[in-house]
Design a protein around this ligand. Sequence first.
Ligand SMILES: N[C@@H](CCC(=O)N[C@@H](CSS)C(=O)NCC(=O)O)C(=O)O
Ligand code: FE2
Length: 233
Amino acid sequence: MSKIIFRQLFDAESSTYTYLLGSNKEAILIDPVFEQADRDLKLVNELGLQLKYAINTHCHADHVTSTGLIKSRLPHVKSMIAKVSGAKADIHLLEGDKIHVGDLEFKCIATPGHTNGCMCFYLEKEGVLFTGDAILIRGCGRTDFQQGDSGRLYDGVWQKIFTLPEETIIYPAHDYKGNTSSTVGEEKKLNPRFTKSKQEFIDFMKNLGLAYPKKIDVSLPANLECGIDYKPQ
Ligand SMILES: N[C@@H](CCC(=O)N[C@@H](CSS)C(=O)NCC(=O)O)C(=O)O
Ligand SMILES: [Fe+2]
């Protein structure tokens, strides 16, 4: 097994975490942000990695993905997103698909509910799970747009995430309070939303009262096209 490279990168404007993983000279970027493409590609280059995939956990509503921009600069890179998201990509993912990057194997776990096309990426051997917005640390993605469905989110998290080993490390797509990671065991015990009953969770999510993301009207159409041809105003 070759050395694994892992970086958790942050976009302060959208509070998005982008993850760079490398193994055997190959690399993948998870949830890359348009405005951070230079930073991310510089790092890939500095680390002597060849970027193979740029992947999104879901069609983001709050920021534009950089997958289109990255592909315009590095045409060999393949973009990926869940097929059900309805977004364009070179590769459309289904539940149970495997993504190989060097010695790393990511298993795709569909966890709809925040959006209908949300997917988690699981490194089983390493015990690491990239959850997108399905689970945030002590929270979860909102369910009030993009075919959001609180009941589906609750069931998916309990059936597919909370059944993983307790020590599995969770890396979410966002954090608004400075948290960086958690574990399955920690969230199962301490997440104030998922420790509710299903009906309490549904009622809680109905009354979340969050303002829509500031960039939703720009981000959603751009991300449905995988960020290709997006030009910031
Ligand atoms: N203020 C931000 C948007 C914040 C927001 O709605 N975050 C989403 C994840 S991005 S789709 C969310 O699900 N939040 C859940 C929560 O409980 O905070 C902006 O204007 O961009
Ligand atoms: Fe989201």
